[in-house]
Design a protein around this ligand. Sequence first.
Ligand code: SF4
Length: 289
Amino acid sequence: MADRTGPGPGGGSGSGSGSDSFKGPDSTPRAEESTTALKRRARKINRTLAETYPYAVAELDFRNPFELLVATVLSAQTTDVRVNLTTPALFGRYPDARALAEAEETELQEIIRPTGFYRAKASSLLALARRVVDEFDGVVPDRLEELVSLPGVGRKTANVVLGNAFGVPGITVDTHFGRLARRFRWTSSADPVKVEQDVGALFERKDYTMLSHRVIFHGRRVCHARKPACGACPVAALCPSFGEGETDPTRAAKLLKYELAPGREELLGLMREGRSRADLREAGYGLGA
Ligand code: SF4
């Protein structure tokens, strides 16, 4: 992938011109990286990921804040692809918070059963919808403090909704984002709130939402938890953790997922052309890994 998307392992533009900047995978990183060098390197990673994933978006399908809020709750412990297969029937039956608040629990459970943990999720969704109706007149609020006051809604879900349904920049620290932020040494913390603060200090606020999408895309496709594909990684030259995963380019390419997986070049080409995910699904392209 590196040859078509940006700088590859050891072959890219490195990390910037400052004498104190990180040196890339072929040399030992300095113990201390200045804040300026860290910021410069972080922004280069973001730019390279933007070139690699020009089509990065929220992978959950939604048409309004209510749908995104519900889809995000459903996405716990499952894939966005599975949630997207479930939500058309769900929103066909319960199009808004008022309808969902009055849902019959066992019927709701049946509809969302494919997403797993369906009993707990049904009970969360009912409590959530009832609170939106009782406290916010059926309208999903657009402020972080109000969103996190809803049952089952933490900062991660609130930031997803703010960033994608309301256009308020937000960093979404999910499992992928946290892992990659640590591998990039943007933070050393495992606490999502601290990760959000540390990463937030490196970027302009306006970039937060797209940065989140790109990092999460990269985590799902290339920088996996257990077997990162370092040898096929477009930001290898900027990553202090290069070598944590497979470094052989051929073997690493086999670890790539979704549209970057071997044999899916046609899908990748269409995504790069800007074809929407809905179009691609209609045309018969499975978007799963
Ligand atoms: S750990 Fe490996 S796969 Fe992950 S970003 Fe760094 S070089 Fe890329």
